[in-house]
Structures are given as structure tokens and as C-alpha cells.
Design a protein around this ligand. Structure first.
Ligand SMILES: [Zn+2]
Length: 567
């Protein structure tokens, strides 16, 4: 048993944390064994603090209208996090600089690589900039989270509005879409101001740390050891040459089926490919209530394997799911692992759509990943790289496809699979869009808003579907504001692309050998963060690559499956 921390303490307050950090910084270290206990105790402390921060974040995103919850989160961000990052830096230096560090077992080598990188980029003068960054991000989240529109006689959240965008009545779609974009336009000015300030803060952080640009700084900060800026650019051009022709064909087929010369933004969601059924059938509605969704998912995962079934039931039993959409809840979905309790929490905004089912399965995949590596001792060993985290979630979406008849009759299940596979074709270009936009933003940190709009439009022309935006060109110029990652987690996006390529390979494995796919999945997820990214890919029998040839092999399988599915 670990006696460093006895029982519980309130880790949202620095005065409670400080005695522990002082101990860790001051205790005598005479051997590599002492270093190991130091690392273990640091990990225990980090579990407490991480969970305290997670609970504050969860509280705030579940109730963005509560000033109290927002203040508690901001208080933690501005009082605890800065001191914590200073402490981490001192402790990293203490460990890495200790003469016994070379006697540490191999197990610690990845952790040490991360520590050395963190030391390289840490600057005390960046701490207040990061505090300001969190304030701005929280403000942006508050603005988008509180957006609702009066529609169809009621005040509705944006996730609730998505249902109207699948309507077969084009006028309903158009009015719903216009109501949402008008609502966004009311706040676009403040959202632009926030973004301007974020860009300049971030550029300054990079300069302070001795980097030319925030891009280079972030590649280090995000521990991207195994791929480079050039690899991302190769990803973009592979998307352009391999995915774009397929996407254009899909859209052409849709426009013809709907009897339109050109699609408008209310005919197809440019990020997910969602839209009305091209044969005028009623929209897919996999469930009515969240309880129904959860019950059917439990059955589904049990049919796939006992292992996944019992893992899913664990989530339900632990009662750490907040799934319904409601006003005042932050948009989107996420899984947050509570490190001390070793329990995953899932957040989403379910409104009964096929996309909601996909989101729930996605987040369940993250939760499975967390549970698979919950046996690992140190927080750092469980803190899997995000590129691989998304393999856990995105592949779960693909691997569960054969069981979607739990939610549908045969015809609807085929439609759902088609929608999802077409979604893969749409998502890769959207990933290239967001990634490419971020590269442009931070390579040109002193850009004007006009230049930013121009850059966005030209990137959309490269990776976007051909659409008629007439009457909405102003909104088009700022439509990037819908992508919260640009505000909250800069540069976090290419991960989805890297992971989608991994997931498609697991899905191909499943087509030939379903059991092998599940085994590969479990084997790799259990490793957590104890292997490099390429090693994690290998553990699941996957290739990590960005080249056109690799894209071609995978997208050919997607096209083939689309052809085989009844239309
Ligand atoms: Zn995810």
C-alpha cells in the first residue's frame, strides 16, 4: 500500500497540495530505488489532482450557466495549475539531473524522454499566458454552449436542431440551418476577438520558449516524437488526391438524387456528410431515449464479446454517464478518466440521431481503452497518446457496424452503415482542413481577419465539397468558429486522421477475421502509454503511414463496401 497520501484530501486547493510537493522536492534521494519511489509518489499525487480538476471540468461542462461552477474551474486553473506546472518542472529537473537516473530500469525510458522534452520547452513567463488562455477558452465555450434558437415553437439546443437538418423537406432544412448560422453570426465578432488574442498569446509562448513558431513549439509540447510537420503535409496531399474524388462522386450522386444542380450547406453536413436520405425515406432514428440507447448498447457489446459487454456494464453501474442534450450543457462529447477512482466518465448530447449513436460508441471506445490500461501502475503509463486513443474510439465505431441491427431493421442498418462509411470519406478532408488551417494560422501569427478568411476559403476550396453558399458568404468566412478544437486544444486534430487510418485497418482485419480484430484491439489498448506510437500501431498489427499508397488501399476497401451495400 502506498502511504504517501493517506485517504482523501481536497486537491482543488494549493495549500492542501503543497506539503506533498515540498516533500517530493526536498526528500533525500540516494539511489535509483529512491528515484522510483519518488516517481511512484508523484504519480499518486498527480492522480488526486487530475481527478479534482476533472470533476471541476465535468461540473462546468454539464452546467455552463452556473457561474459558481465556472468560477471553481477557473479558480483551479488560475491558482493550482500554474503552481503545479512550476512544481513539475522542478521535479523533472530533479529526476533527470540525478546521477542515479541512468540506473533506472528500462520501464522508465519513455517517461524520461517526455520529461526531457517538457524541461526543454518550460518557461516560467508562459504561466500567466496559459492562465489567460484558459480564461479565453472558457469564455468561448460559454458562448457556444449557451447558443439556442427558437424553432418549431420551442427554444432548442444546437444538437437538438441537427435533427431538422436530416428532414426530407428542403425548406425545413434550410430554415433550420439559417436559424443556426444566424445565431452564430450574433457572436462571431467576440469569437473572432477571442481567437485573435489566443493566436497572439500562443505565438508569444513559442517565442518565449525559443521557438520560431507555435507550430514547432506544439510538436514538442504534444510529444509528437514519431511524425513531423512534413508528414502532416503529406497527409493533406494524400487526402486531396485519394479522398476528394470519392467525396465529389458521393455529392454528385446526392445532388442528382435530390434533383439539385448543386448542394447547399443544408443538404449535406460538410464535416460528417450527414443529410437527408437521398430516396426520401424517413431519417434514421436509432433510439428514442438515452435509457433505450444504453440498454441496447449493453446487449450489443455482450454479443460482440463478454469482455466488452462487461466493460460497458461497468460504465452503467458506476453511473458516470451524462448523455442527454439540454440547454446550458457544453456542446460535443468527451470521455474523461478519473485517475484516482480509475473510472471513466462519458459526456455527450444525445438527441436520438444516428450521429449520436456513433458518438456514444466512440466515447465508449475511449472508456474501454481506459479500462484496458487501468491495471498499469503509474499515471504516466496509463496516459496513452491521443493518436492511439482515437484508434480505440474510431475503430469501435467501425467494428460495431455488424451489430447495428440492434437499433434498426435490415434496410435501416444498411443505410446507417452507408451513412457512417460515407462519413469516413467526409471526415478525412475535414481533418485535413482543420489541420491545414492551424498550420497556416500559426505560421502567419500576425495575419488580419481578412487574410484569415481568405486562407480558410482557399483551404475549403481544396478539401471541401462543391456547394452553393449564396446568401451566406459572411457566415462561410467564419464557419471555422464551429470547430471548438481551434480554441480549446490547438493542433489537436490530425490525431483523428492518424487514428482513422489505423481504425480502417482494424476494420479490414475484422472483415477477414473478426476475432483477430478484437484480440489486436485488446492487446494494443492494454499497453497504455508504455510503448511508442509506432509500437502501439504494431501491437494491433497496423501500419503507421501517411502516403498516398496507404490511403489508396484503405479507401478502396471503403469504396468496395459502399458498392456492396444496398442503396
Ligand atoms: Zn475521441
Amino acid at each position: 500500500m502506498n502511504s504517501f497520501i493517506d485517504g482523501d484530501f481536497d486537491a482543488t486547493k494549493w495549500e492542501n497540495i503543497e506539503p506533498y510537493t515540498s516533500d517530493l522536492l526536498e526528500r533525500k534521494l540516494t539511489c535509483s530505488g529512491c528515484l522510483e519511489s519518488l516517481i511512484k509518489d508523484t504519480s499518486t499525487l498527480a492522480e488526486h489532482i487530475s481527478e479534482a480538476g476533472a470533476l471541476l471540468y465535468i461540473g462546468m461542462t454539464c452546467d455552463t450557466e452556473s457561474e459558481e461552477k465556472r468560477n471553481s474551474f477557473l479558480d483551479f486553473s488560475s491558482n493550482v495549475r500554474p503552481k503545479l506546472s512550476e512544481f513539475s518542472d522542478s521535479l523533472n529537473r530533479r529526476i533527470v539531473g540525478h546521477p542515479a537516473v541512468n540506473d533506472l530500469p528500462e520501464r522508465y525510458s519513455l517517461m524520461l524522454r517526455g520529461m526531457r522534452t517538457d524541461i526543454e520547452i518550460f518557461r516560467k513567463e508562459n504561466i500567466p499566458l496559459k492562465v489567460r488562455q484558459t480564461e479565453l477558452v472558457t469564455e468561448a465555450q460559454g458562448i457556444t454552449g449557451s447558443m439556442t434558437v427558437e424553432f418549431d415553437g420551442e427554444e432548442r439546443t444546437f444538437p437538438q436542431m441537427s435533427a431538422y437538418l436530416e428532414s426530407n423537406d428542403r425548406l425545413v432544412r434550410q430554415t433550420a440551418w439559417a436559424a443556426m448560422s444566424d445565431r452564430r453570426m450574433q457572436d462571431h465578432e467576440r469569437m473572432s476577438e477571442i481567437f485573435d488574442e489566443l493566436v497572439s498569446l500562443r505565438h508569444q509562448m513559442a517565442l518565449n520558449a525559443g521557438f520560431e513558431s507555435f507550430t514547432n513549439y506544439m510538436f514538442k509540447a504534444m510529444h509528437r516524437f514519431d511524425y513531423s510537420i512534413e508528414d502532416c503535409l503529406e497527409f493533406h496531399s494524400s487526402v486531396e488526391s485519394v479522398c476528394m474524388p470519392i467525396l465529389r462522386d458521393i455529392n454528385k450522386e446526392r445532388a442528382e438524387a435530390l434533383g439539385l444542380g448543386e448542394l447547399s450547406p443544408w443538404d449535406v453536413n460538410e464535416k460528417t456528410g450527414a443529410g437527408p436520405d437521398i430516396h426520401g425515406r424517413e431519417p434514421l432514428r436509432p433510439f428514442q431515449t438515452v435509457d433505450e440507447m444504453v440498454e441496447k448498447l449493453s446487449e450489443m457489446f455482450h454479443e460482440i464479446s463478454d469482455d466488452l459487454g462487461s466493460k460497458f456494464d461497468k460504465l452503467v453501474d458506476m453511473d458516470t454517464l451524462d448523455l442527454d442534450t439540454r440547454k446550458g450543457k457544453a456542446p460535443g462529447g468527451y470521455q474523461y478518466y478519473l485517475e484516482k477512482s480509475r473510472v471513466p466518465f462519458i459526456f455527450m448530447n444525445a438527441a436520438g440521431l444516428q450521429g449520436d449513436l456513433e458518438t456514444m460508441i466512440h466515447e465508449a471506445g475511449h472508456a474501454f481503452h481506459s479500462l484496458y490500461c487501468g491495471h498499469l501502475d503509474l499515471i504516466d503509463e496509463r496516459n496513452y497518446p491521443i493518436e492511439f486513443a482515437e484508434v480505440a474510439s474510431m475503430s469501435m465505431e467501425l467494428l460495431t457496424q455488424p451489430w447495428w441491427n440492434k437499433f434498426y431493421n435490415e434496410e435501416e442498418a444498411s443505410r446507417a452503415k452507408r451513412t457512417h462509411l460515407e462519413g469516413v470519406v467526409f471526415l478525412l478532408p475535414w481533418i485535413a482542413t482543420i489541420d491545414s488551417f492551424q498550420h497556416w494560422i500559426y505560421e502567419n501569427p500576425s495575419h488580419t481577419r481578412e487574410e484569415r478568411a481568405e486562407a480558410w476559403l482557399s483551404i475549403r476550396a481544396r478539401f471541401g465539397p462543391q456547394m452553393d453558399w449564396s446568401g451566406h458568404s459572411e457566415f462561410k468566412e467564419v464557419s471555422w468558429q464551429q470547430q471548438g478544437h481551434l480554441y480549446g486544444v490547438p493542433f489537436y486534430y490530425i490525431e483523428y486522421g492518424i487514428a482513422q487510418l489505423g481504425s480502417l485497418q482494424l476494420w479490414k482485419t475484422q472483415l477477414g477475421n473478426p476475432q483477430k480484430a478484437l484480440d489486436d484491439y485488446a492487446n494494443a489498448m492494454k499497453l497504455g502509454n508504455t510503448r511508442t506510437l509506432p509500437e502501439l500501431f504494431s501491437a494491433a498489427d497496423l501500419k503507421l503511414g501517411f502516403d498516398e499508397g496507404h490511403f489508396l488501399t484503405l479507401m478502396e476497401s471503403v469504396e468496395l463496401s459502399l458498392e456492396e451495400l444496398p442503396v
